[in-house]
Write a protein that binds this ligand. Structure first.
Ligand code: ATP
Length: 338
């Protein structure tokens, strides 16, 4: 049986223009990505700013066409689909973006914003049906009573409420997968857990798969506690597996460094926390990535092989890791960081 969605050796290389007559610079935002998602699954995609997470999200939702490789939806190449198949795919895979203010038209009420997609996709036949359906959607995302929100404009709502509206709009077309790109990074810390909890409820109750894109390991751990995690570095996946396995025994030196950088609330432990296991804190530019393994200039275990040859993702323990010297990298445990 085919997966819900699969990326087969997908690359996305942008061309950045330099001046009117300058030669464009290639930006390899994603390189040879292999990923698959099953129905109802949650994948947390983590990595630092600029490593290609948003590009991957946009590609999965059909907003970018890969420069290499295939994106398969239920076994069919998205970019070989006919019009009807492509429109079913676009309806089934929805994107929820970080900036809820920018994602909603400030001149339209919540009713207008939420009824448009369901009317355009013939999911309702009258204004009354549209009104009732929007009320159901608002109830589902916890904006109750719906009458209190339905005629509001985006600027009359809080960031957390607007993010709920975006989730309501995403589920209105009965998607199979939602790509949530940093959905809580622009809202108050106190409201973040509620939005993450809502996504878990939508996953459990409606069976919607999620790709949760973030740079924050703790929210990734929370949302994908029974799911998968993929860690990106400069356009590539460096480690992937079940969240539990990846975080309990991370194998890639980059992921070990990311975990060591997570702040510890206990000052005694924080003080004792060792130096970050990195040669350099500077992230190389994605437009001029290092040769071989792109992590080698920062890696404590790098050798000549790493400078010359890019490693492939290979099974190591219970996860898959892209590192020539994974056997040499010490096991990382909570006490290593503490
Ligand atoms: N349309 C585009 N044209 C040219 N370059 C682009 C385009 N979109 C993204 N990039 C570049 O691709 C690289 C990856 O960007 P992307 O937004 O995917 O990273 P990210 O991990 O999501 O970062 P952030 O968390 O800061 O959003 C960056 O160097 C970015 O400047």
């Amino acid at each position: 049986m085919s997966s819900l969605l699969e990326l087969r050796n997908v690359s996305m290389i942008f061309e950045q223009k330099s001046g009117l007559f300058g030669k464009p610079t290639p930006i390899p935002a994603m390189t040879d990505i292999q990923l698959s998602f099953e129905p109802g699954e949650i994948l947390a995609l983590v990595g630092e700013s600029g490593c290609g997470k948003t590009t991957l999200g946009k590609l999965v939702t059909g907003l970018h066409k890969p420069t290499k490789g295939q994106l398969l939806f239920q076994g069919k190449d998205v970019w070989d689909m006919n019009k009807a198949e492509f429109s079913e795919y676009r309806q089934s895979v929805q994107l929820v973006q970080q900036d809820s203010y920018a994602a909603l038209n400030p001149m339209r009420t919540i009713f207008q914003s939420l009824s448009d997609p369901i009317v355009q996709n013939n999911l309702v036949r009258s204004r009354k049906e549209a009104y009732d359906q929007v009320c159901v959607l608002l109830n589902t995302v916890g904006l109750t009573p719906p009458e209190q929100f339905i005629e509001k404009y985006p600027h009359q709502m809080s960031g957390g409420q607007r993010q709920r509206v975006l989730l309501a709009r995403a589920i209105s077309l009965k998607p199979k997968l939602i790509v949530a790109d940093e959905p809580v990074s622009m809202i108050d810390v106190s409201l973040r857990m509620a939005i993450l909890r809502l996504m878990s409820v939508l996953n459990k109750n409606l069976g919607i798969a999620f790709i949760y894109i973030t740079h924050d390991l703790s929210t990734a751990r929370y949302i994908a506690q029974n799911g998968k995690m993929a860690v990106m570095y400069l356009g590539k996946i460096v480690e992937q597996g079940s969240v539990h396995e990846v975080l309990a025994a991370p194998r890639h030196p980059y992921l070990q460094a990311l975990l060591s950088a997570v702040p510890v609330p206990n000052p005694r432990i924080a003080k004792a926390k060792r130096e970050l296991p990195l040669k350099s804190l500077d992230m190389p530019s994605i437009s001029n990535p290092p040769s071989g393994c792109s992590f080698h200039p920062r890696c404590l275990y790098a050798s000549q092989t790493c400078e010359q040859t890019a490693p492939s993702l290979m099974p190591s323990g219970k996860t898959i890791v892209s590192c020539h010297h994974v056997e040499k990298v010490p096991q990382w445990t909570i006490s290593t960081a503490n």
